[in-house]
Write a protein that binds this ligand. Structure first.
Ligand code: PMP
Length: 448
């Protein structure tokens, strides 16, 4: 049998991991998972503090999801969505329409979050070109601040995280950069009380003059995840929704990270009773078991694509694994688990317990902010607390704190100096304590 180190050596020469330069860790070869725990090939047990990659909702090796996948495998593993209908995908579609915000009645399946965003961008573009009274000049998009919307060219165009975005300048779509609705680092003369007005007015000033050229506004509702767990002021999403309606701009909500219970409700939009025109979901859609994503569309968007074939009103876009039955079976089983285990009902107590456990960390001189929305947490380390001065580039501490947490048997990953906690929704009270204790330990080791 190979050791962690031996497999790590083989891996280094041949496997091209995403975000290569960010691989800070010594080899950790994972062989199996059980509930909220991962096991490596040397038998080490690690609490999964980030739901694998923010996707594993109900824990690993869940009997209901495993059984549904096995059952589907015994029937058929692939059905083309070109000219045929997969029964499992149809069943999932009905359930998704039920649990998502009202008015999203049409579901386009793809394989990952990035491709669900790409589909939404193309749908929005085509919508204005081919609806009853076309507006062909509507070709621009608006994205908020430092957003991350995936790695396709459209997603990268929307993204504001500098090192993902700037390299590809000549390839990118025409995107207007909206405000970064950050409630931690407020602009000068803005207070928590005036933050929503400030960001909304900045957004309104940006779009008002140009709304006739704007196809869609794209945003993560409530929390910008990969940008560093940036939490928006309450009411911002609602006001963006109202203004986009007023100005005839589509609203695309990217719920790839925030969807499926993560913020305490099934979808983040539902906190502010918002129904977007298009919504992107992925990560938790199959409980984190199999790759599947979806773009949900309103009747108005869908209707613009209805026409005779010779009218060219088709969506020229499709994937081999669209609506894959295995993934759809996992998706249905995950929604069953939500009901059977009363996942949403049990969340408030977990969210509160996590908040209580995190509180003592706030007084640490290098903890600038602890931001939490549901089971989405960012703990930002700063060089100087009063001024919120970050550590200089090249001297970030986040990865080192996570490395120390590993010594306590807890797997977490940072975004720069923001320690991210995204535990499975199935995390238990004692596991929440283990998770936070490992973060406390990591911080205390890094700043003795
Ligand atoms: N949108 C958001 C908000 C995300 O957080 C991510 C992934 N972190 C994506 C899109 C891209 O999803 P994927 O990695 O599945 O392509």
């Amino acid at each position: 049998m190979h050791s962690n180190a031996e497999i790590g050596q083989i891996d280094r020469t041949a496997v091209w991991h995403g975000f290569t330069q960010m691989a800070h860790y010594e080899p950790l070869v994972i062989e199996r998972g059980e509930g909220n725990w991962l096991f490596d090939i040397e038998g080490r047990r690690l609490l999964d503090g980030v739901s694998s990659l923010w996707c594993n909702l109900h824990g690993h090796n869940h009997p209901t999801i495993n059984a549904a996948i096995r059952d589907q495998l015994g029937k058929i593993a692939h059905v083309t969505s070109l000219g045929m209908i997969g029964r499992t995908a149809v069943e999932l579609t009905g359930r998704l329409v039920d649990v998502t915000p009202d008015g999203l009645n049409h579901v386009f399946y793809s394989s990952d979050g990035s491709s669900s965003v790409e589909a939404a961008l193309k749908m929005a573009f085509q919508y204005w070109q081919q609806r009853e009274n076309p507006q062909p000049q509507k070709t621009k998009y608006v994205a908020m601040g430092a957003a991350y919307h995936g790695d396709t060219t459209g997603g990268v165009s929307l993204g504001g995280v500098e090192h993902f975005h700037s390299l590809f300048g000549p390839l990118l779509f025409d995107v207007l950069r909206g405000p970064c609705p950050d409630t931690y680092r407020l602009p000068e003369n803005v207070t928590p009380e005036t933050a929503c007005d400030h960001y909304f007015e900045t957004f309104r000033d940006l779009v008002t003059g140009q709304h006739q050229q704007i196809a869609a506004v794209v945003m993560e509702p409530l929390v910008q995840g990969a940008a560093g767990m940036i939490m928006h002021p309450e009411g911002f999403l609602r006001r963006v929704r109202d203004l986009t309606r007023e100005l005839d701009i589509l609203l695309i909500c990217d719920e790839v990270a925030t969807g499926f219970g993560r913020t305490g409700k099934m979808f983040a939009c539902q906190h502010e009773q918002v129904s977007p025109d298009l919504m992107c979901i992925a990560k938790g859609l199959t409980g984190g078991y199999l790759p599947m994503a979806a773009t949900l569309a309103s009747d108005a968007v869908w209707n613009a694509f209805l026409g005779d074939l010779d009218q060219n009103k088709q969506f020229f876009h499709g994937h081999t694994y669209s609506g894959n039955p295995m993934a759809a079976a996992a998706g249905l089983a995950s929604l069953d688990v939500f009901e059977e285990e009363q996942v949403l009902e049990n969340l408030p107590a977990k969210i509160e317990h996590l908040q209580r456990c995190l509180q003592p960390l706030a007084s640490h001189p290098h903890v600038g902010s602890i931001r939490q929305r549901g089971l989405m947490v960012g703990i930002e380390l700063v060089e100087e607390k009063a001024s919120k001065q970050p550590f200089p580039a090249g001297q970030t501490r986040g990865a080192r704190v996570c490395r120390h947490a590993l010594d306590r048997g807890v797997w977490i990953r940072p975004l720069g100096d923001v320690i991210v906690l995204m535990p499975p929704l199935s995390i238990q009270a004692d596991e929440i304590e283990t998770l936070v204790e490992a973060v406390r330990y990591g911080i205390s080791q890094e700043f003795p």
